[in-house]
Design a protein around this ligand. Sequence first.
Ligand code: FES
Length: 177
Amino acid sequence: MSTTTDNWPEVQRHAREVLGADVADFIAECRAGEHPESRLIAVLHKVQDKFGYLGGDQLDAVAQLLQVPAAKVAGAASFYHYFRLTPRGKYMIHVCLGTACYVKGAERVAQRFMEELGITWGETSSDGVFTLEGSRCLGTCGLAPVVMIDDEVHGPITPDEVPVLLDKYLKQAKEDG
Ligand code: FES
């Protein structure tokens, strides 16, 4: 069921401002179709491509323009791991979760990253320096377990080496300003 509110023009104007005309026009196209809800994932991809992540304001604007309940939009955004709900950090950490790395303890390495940074998959540390992602095989199984930070491969890595590695990148981030 599609509903509109009395202040629909105002809501629409604000949502267009948040998302920009290109995304708002795309949503309008989706809404004109038969089942706008079925286009939700496509819309979220478009928003993430543009902003790099899905922020609360953007999610609300999608709900308003697509006329889909906000809880459903937020649920889809948090369910799929490829959607990022916080801005990307300066460094992307990819922990390989491929078979060879998994067998050699990648999960414990991942756990240590989460503990040290206070974040989970897809999140960014509060200082904005690191974003943590799981990854399929990075093609360097001989070094398992492997972690890639930006385009630098590290392996084999133990959980106790995680803080040392993070320190190195933190120093680099400070030097870069
Ligand atoms: S399984 Fe991790 S690099 Fe191949």
